[in-house]
Write a protein that binds this ligand. Structure first.
Ligand code: B12
Length: 210
């Protein structure tokens, strides 16, 4: 019979078809849905996160591993009552206005989801007004902006200022992307900055006191 460890190895190696097959076998064998998620799918993705951070795995491999994990989760999700699925917190993510880069943002979202956060992704080319509208609608704990262009990173400041004007200062604002630094984050009044997806998870946890 398939084990949770087999499933976790499948996620690490990015074998999507086998991950789905093993997930189904574990469901059929009556393994608890949350164990399949935490000890199988997410356990594998946690290893991927560490290897990515250490430069032992690269973006395409992380993307396939994430696909294996998320397809497995989709299969198990209907078996879990929403209230039983613990969430570390809600993070809203988007790429700023004029910027179409989303690979890094998507990785941040994947890593956060794999560590138990609920992620709302509002996509690319999002204006300060788009962020505000989405924050009001989804009420996240944290709002994260991504920018890859030196020209578009300036929109981060506008969004943070508009958040304050709209009385949304209680939502933590974090920023990231290749041209962003801690100095820039401080300058635009962000609550935090992280240089990569794995550190973004640590940042979100610490901002929420976890
Ligand atoms: C792929 C890519 C593209 C793709 C984007 C595809 C996509 N779906 O994203 C395409 C081809 C569309 C593209 C277009 C352009 N690009 Co481009 N692109 C890149 C490239 C090669 C890789 C970016 C990437 O995905 N990196 C991999 C990810 C994993 O890394 P990352 O994004 O940095 O994200 C990590 C961290 O930064 C962090 N992070 C990211 N977001 C966030 C958010 C938060 C909240 C946190 C905490 C952390 C965090 O975590 C991530 C994971 O570890 C870079 C070069 C580079 N080395 O960065 C150029 C680059 C960013 N592009 C550049 C340019 C100039 C352009 C174009 C203007 C080119 C053109 N003349 O048309 C257009 C602009 C389009 C637009 N309006 O956005 C320049 C930017 C120069 C500058 N300083 O402004 C770069 C640096 C290339 C260069 N050396 O000239 N590009």
């Amino acid at each position: 019979m398939a084990t949770l460890e087999d499933l976790s190895k499948c996620v690490i190696s990015g074998n999507v078809a086998k991950a789905k097959k093993l997930t189904q076998e574990l469901i059929d064998a009556g393994v608890a849905p949350l164990d399949i998620i935490n000890q199988g799918l997410i356990a594998g993705m946690n290893v991927v996160g560490v290897r990515f951070k250490n430069g032992e795995m690269f973006v395409p491999e992380v993307m396939v591993a994430a696909k294996a994990m998320s397809q497995g989760i989709e299969m198990v999700k209907p078996l879990i009552a929403e209230t039983d699925m613990p969430s570390e917190g809600k993070v809203l993510l988007g790429t700023v206005k004029g910027d179409l880069h989303d690979i890094g943002k998507n990785l941040v979202g994947i890593m956060l989801e794999s560590r138990g956060f609920t992620v709302i992704d509002i996509g690319i080319d999002r204006s300060p007004e788009d962020f505000i509208k989405a924050i009001k609608e989804h009420q996240p704990d944290i709002m994260g902006m991504s920018a890859l262009l030196t020209t578009t990173m300036l929109h981060m400041k506008d969004t943070i200022e508009l958040m304050k004007e709209e009385g949304l200062g209680h939502v933590k604002a974090i920023v990231g992307g290749a041209p962003i630094s801690q100095d820039f984050a401080d300058e635009v009044g962000a609550d935090g900055y992280a240089p990569d997806a794995a550190s973004a998870v640590d940042l979100c946890k610490s901002l929420l006191g976890k």
